[in-house]
Design a protein around this ligand. Structure first.
Ligand SMILES: C[S@@+](CC[C@H](N)C(=O)[O-])C[C@H]1O[C@@H](n2cnc3c(N)ncnc32)[C@H](O)[C@@H]1O
Length: 184
């Protein structure tokens, strides 16, 4: 089971033909201060390219919840990544507040996303951004990878009040990495 196979069977949800490059992973992770992160969430971990990098930078006492809608990817992640700090939940990112609530009190210190917003219907995009905002602590950060600059900036302005971004050419296709903090 790989990203190309999943892309061919469900291109809209998978959104990429190859896994995110190490250069883009580094761009995403360099935007975050991992010393402050106790609970992180990854939307759409897929085959785990970014997941492994997040875990390599996380504190030993931190937790990463991977929220993956595709059960085949979830199975691959469980087989490939043996790390007690990683919890894989087969669910939609739209359910983040309920996923966190089921674990007890406490919201996330950071949400990483590589969801293909461009391919998703507008209502679903809104639901995901609302869920990310609600699941984050005040001041905590959403870091999102995108292959186009057309959809996400508008949503980040609406739900987070603004954003920063970096552009990375060393990815197939070239990638934009956005960072936005929950304001209150
Ligand atoms: C572009 S792939 C990213 C894979 C991997 N993170 C990477 O960067 O190489 C997008 C991933 O998001 C997942 N996905 C799409 N919609 C989702 C949703 N609503 N909730 C959770 N995961 C979703 C897909 O199944 C896929 O694994």
């Amino acid at each position: 089971m790989n990203v190309i196979k999943q892309f061919l069977s469900d291109w809209k949800t998978t959104g990429a033909v190859v896994a995110t490059s190490q250069f883009t992973q580094a761009t995403m992770l360099d935007m975050v201060d991992f010393s402050r992160i106790k609970l992180a969430v990854e939307f759409g971990p897929g085959s785990g390219a970014i997941t492994k990098c997040i875990l390599s930078r996380m504190r030993p006492d931190a937790t990463l919840i991977g929220v993956e809608i595709n059960p085949s990817f979830a199975e691959v992640l469980r087989e490939r990544i043996a790390d007690s700090r990683l919890e894989i939940v087969v669910d939609s990112a739209t359910h983040l507040p309920a996923i966190l609530e089921a674990r007890g009190p406490g919201r996330a210190d950071c949400v990483f996303s590589s969801l293909p917003f461009m391919n998703l219907p507008p209502d679903l995009r809104d639901e995901i951004l609302q869920a990310a905002r609600e699941g984050l602590k005040p001041g905590a950060q959403l870091v999102a990878l995108q292959y186009t600059p057309w959809v996400l900036p508008r949503l980040l302005r609406r739900y987070f009040g603004g954003y920063h971004f970096r552009f990375n050419l060393l990815n197939v296709p070239p990638a934009f990495v956005y960072s936005a903090a929950r304001g209150d």
